[in-house]
Design a protein around this ligand. Sequence first.
Ligand SMILES: C[S@@+](CC[C@H](N)C(=O)[O-])C[C@H]1O[C@@H](n2cnc3c(N)ncnc32)[C@H](O)[C@@H]1O
Length: 302
Amino acid sequence: MEAQLFTFKYSKDSTKTESIKQEPVELVMSAGAFIELRNIIYQYSGIFYTENKKYLLEGRISKIIFEKNMSGYEEYIKVLKSPRYRDEVNELLESITINETYFFRSEEQFDAFEKYLVPEIIKLKEKKEDLYIRIWSAGTSTGEEAYTIAIIIQERLQKKFPNAKFQVLASDINNNALAAAKKGIYKDYAVKGLPSDILEKYFKKTDSYYILNDGIKQMVKFTNVNLYDYNAIKTIKNVDVIFCVNVLIFFDIPSKQKVLSYLHEILNKGGYLMIGNSESLHNLTRDFKLLHYPKTMAYKKE
Ligand SMILES: C[S@@+](CC[C@H](N)C(=O)[O-])C[C@H]1O[C@@H](n2cnc3c(N)ncnc32)[C@H](O)[C@@H]1O
């Protein structure tokens, strides 16, 4: 049995029963529980928690245990290994993913996408009959990256290449993030990088929110894809540009290599992979050719 399970914080005025507020206090995670939970997370997602990130798991999992009224890590781990593990594991993954994002997060990347990558792809495809350009925002979180791509298409690319049919697919492992993405309702933080004319043109402002217009929302198809799951990735085909930005940073080297090989497989020849500006494929794979653009890079499948 685990020793210290829950302690509760009470509001100062505990004489009034109705004012008693219980809040979970972080449960101390034993080294054994940490390893077990870390392995479960890794096995399903490729996300790897190093020892120095144990405190993050403690915070997030304590909250789940409290909400589920469980006795502690031991009981929770048992449930994660039980026949109803699938929903529980999904919920766990949803609570531990880092979903930070905002519109036009990496302007240089979107610039390279618009000015170099798409024109190159179109040049290649013009010889063929179909002019479909498929872009995938993999690990899109709450949709800002995918909608940024849609805005660029709507604003500039579609006018420049009227015959091209652009398709934007966006995915994440986190269903809560995807549900928020589909709503398209954002706070100040998400739109902080948007030029004011774009903000005015594509969003309706309310007191606290910015509501994205339906035209842009309809340009993006959202779906749940776990990048660590080959069967899920295989359902995505004929992709010309993959944005997998600030996602692989949470993986260890073997899982990065595994996911990169999947992405390479489903990318069209002549297609491009974008990763975060602080990320690199150095020493991970030789499948892609590194190309430099103003203040950014892209990886090409030749
Ligand atoms: C920091 S966000 C990046 C959002 C966006 N790409 C950007 O750069 O602004 C990382 C996202 O990767 C997702 N993610 C983490 N592991 C994943 C996996 N195995 N499969 C799919 N998505 C994953 C998380 O749920 C999270 O929404």
